[in-house]
Design a protein around this ligand. Structure first.
Ligand code: FES
Length: 652
């Protein structure tokens, strides 16, 4: 009699296995992805399958009701205690008796796919560095004396095929008690580095511990720190939280923090201590909010720019403040979470810091590259992450280039006469009627446009307080489109423009966007100085992009991705009217939202992704804008709105 045929769906993998083989063993033999934490003891239920019964014409199979062995005592016990869904069987208990079709539901797939981006539906296979394993350890034997850790390691090798793992002293100190409390059965949180280095037992629980384990994906920005608590079994974000970066008190932007470190003995250390405190506070708040045991949070991934990177690692950033901008290391860093000051996590918790691309192009840009995968793109994609420094990546399947460009803080509303951070009261959207030159706008925290009925009431007491980054970009672009500005960026007089809103200010003109003086509020104008600041910032951004295009030998790109929180708020039309980004069809401009955070989460969930980004970063060609003579040339030409010479046919 021939061995029964087993077909697994959705993979379609099939093969003959000896009668009586368990479904879990059959899956392993045929290379089918079926999860198990308890190693087939009927405890974890991760191995659930749904057997099909009936005629499967596609496979030419008729499956009888008794293709699997009847429910045994172990399965029965599980069903009584925790309940099996109808139609489900425990793969580690059910034996294959005759031909069968077995469906593996998504939650039983070990390397289940996690959608990386809603927009792109690219998927990442779950492969976290730390996973749970249940083992039965041999009791000690007077006649064959070995240590408990050695017997635990022998059990991990025999039952899971795992390499020898080390244990830190605190874990070792608990080992004996836990093993005995679990009657020699123990669940181990095992960290297996993506580099293939030595595994480490991070924690142990007596008997079966179901988890889940969690990781923290941290995007450490110079202004804010955001964190996403992620379930390491499913990749789902369980909670998100953010705090201000307390280093702000040492300097608003990166360079002022580097100078603080240069001017003050111990200054770098102060900033390290401050950011460690904030990281720990964030971890504590997020575990509390999610109501999880900090012990189950076993990993953290950190992405940040080079200066934040060095300060977080306790490295003095002075070298980053001067040419040739040497990094202490550009490689990925694996450390304990404690080394980043994160204490509200498992005491053995690990941290992974993504590699840096170059002196000014950080691990945050690497995370964006991981999330957006330009190296897989068929068409040429330009990715810009706009902040005080714009980080720019250009590439496709054949080649990827990166640079950074000093845009300054104008895009964030700083250095703008009425500028402010994006907060309630800030003008964030602006439209100017080209015929009447009259503006209307929207304010953060208010659902109505300024010309809609009830706007004043909806605005509340705070009123209009200023203009934020996206607001000033739209204001300048709208002024250009309404003919209030010429291509050199000069604001016309009331006479020239026919608008009484153009008023003299010193020897130049300003445009009055909002006059709140009657109600005791501010007068919000766009001054010639504001236009100048935006021109400088956008020229730097455009010149950086053009430099990469030169290197690539192209004059056009196929699409543009705007990354970062700010990118999420920029309107592609207005960005192009200003000439911030090169000319492409408007529907080829996409906002990627917080791509750096997404990249951090991918690195948290996948060891393969860590290897991939380390490899890709080595291959990215770095372009240093500061030493490229062409940069200055591009910068000057980009001062005009949208540009002195480059064509913008899509704007016609
Ligand atoms: Fe854990 Fe089957 S493998 S219940």
């Amino acid at each position: 009699e021939q061995d029964p045929l087993v077909i697994f769906t959705p993979s379609g993998k099939r093969g003959h296995v000896p009668r009586g083989t368990t479904v879990l063993d059959a899956a392993r033999r045929l290379g089918v992805d079926l999860d198990s934490v308890c190693g087939g003891r009927g405890i974890c239920s991760k191995c659930q399958v749904a057997p099909g019964i009936g005629h499967f014409s596609k496979h030419g199979l008729t499956v009888s009701e008794d293709a699997l062995s009847p429910i045994n005592a172990v399965e029965q016990r599980y069903d009584e205690k925790r309940g099996l869904k109808p139609g489900r069987r425990l793969g580690c208990q059910a034996q294959i008796l005759s031909d069968v079709v077995l469906d593996i539901p998504p939650e039983s797939q070990l390397h289940r796919q996690v959608v990386r981006k809603a927009a792109e539906a690219r998927a990442v296979a779950m492969d976290p560095a730390t996973r749970l394993f249940l083992v039965d350890v041999a009791a000690p034997d007077m006649h064959a004396p070995t240590g408990d850790l050695e017997r635990l390691n022998a059990a991990l090798a025999a039952q899971w095929g795992l390499p020898e793992a080390r244990a830190s002293l605190p874990v070792l100190a608990r080992l004996q008690e836990v093993l005995r409390a679990g009657h020699w059965q123990v669940t181990v949180a095992l960290h297996q580095p993506h580099t293939g280095g030595e595994a480490e037992i991070l924690d142990l629980w007596p008997g079966f511990f179901e988890g889940p384990l969690y990781g923290l994906a941290i995007d450490l920005g110079s202004t804010t720190i955001a964190a996403h608590l992620t379930d390491l079994a499913t990749g789902a974000v369980v909670a998100s939280s953010g705090v201000m970066n307390p280093q702000i008190r040492f300097g608003e932007d990166l360079m002022s923090r580097v100078s603080y470190a240069m001017m003050n003995p111990g200054g770098a250390g102060e900033m390290t201590t401050a950011v460690h405190g904030a990281l720990d506070e964030l971890a504590r708040a997020i575990t509390q909010e999610a109501g999880i045991d900090p012990r189950t949070m076993v990993e953290a991934v950190l992405v940040c720019n080079p200066v934040m990177h060095h300060l977080a690692l306790g490295i003095d950033p002075v070298e980053l403040g001067q040419a040739p901008f040497a990094l202490a290391t550009s490689g990925a860093v694996e450390i304990t979470a404690g080394a980043l000051g994160i204490r509200s996590i498992n005491p053995s918790g690990r941290a992974y810091v993504l590699p840096l691309i170059a002196g000014h192009v950080g691990a945050d840009a690497a995370a964006v590259a991981l999330s957006e995968a330009p190296e897989k793109s068929e068409d040429l994609v330009l990715i810009v992450d706009v902040g005080t420094n714009a980080e720019i990546i250009l590439g496709d399947r054949t080649r990827v280039l990166a640079c950074s460009s000093p845009t300054g803080p104008a895009f964030e509303g700083a250095q703008i006469s009425s500028g402010q951070r994006a907060a309630p009261g800030a003008i964030e959207r602006v439209r100017i009627d080209p015929a009447t030159k009259e503006p209307r706008f929207r304010v953060i925290g208010c659902d109505l446009w300024s010309d809609e009925e009830g706007f004043e009431a909806a605005l509340g007491k705070g009123g209009v307080t200023g203009i934020c980054g996206s607001g000033i970009i739209e204001a300048v672009a709208e002024m250009r489109m309404a003919g209030l500005l010429d291509s050199a960026g000069l604001i016309g007089t009331a006479e020239q423009t026919g608008s009484a809103r153009c008023v003299p200010e010193g020897r130049t003109q300003a445009y009055v966007l909002h006059d709140g003086s009657a109600a005791g509020g501010p007068v919000i104008t766009v001054t010639q100085g504001d236009i100048r600041a935006i021109q400088l910032a956008k020229s730097a951004l455009y010149a950086g992009a053009r430099l990469l295009m030169d290197r690539m030998g192209v004059t056009r790109v196929d699409r543009v991705v705007l990354a970062g929180a700010f990118g999420a708020h920029i309107s592609p039309l207005h960005a192009m009217v200003l000439g911030m980004i090169p000319d492409v069809p408007l529907d080829h401009v996409r906002s990627a939202g917080n791509a750096a955070g997404t990249g951090a989460r991918i690195a948290l969930c996948s060891r393969a992704a860590r290897r991939l980004i380390e490899d890709n970063v080595r291959r990215i060609e770095k372009v240093e804008t500061a030493v490229e003579p062409k940069f200055q040339e591009h910068f000057v030409a980009a001062n005009a709105l949208p540009h002195a010479s480059d064509p913008f046919p899509e704007l016609e």
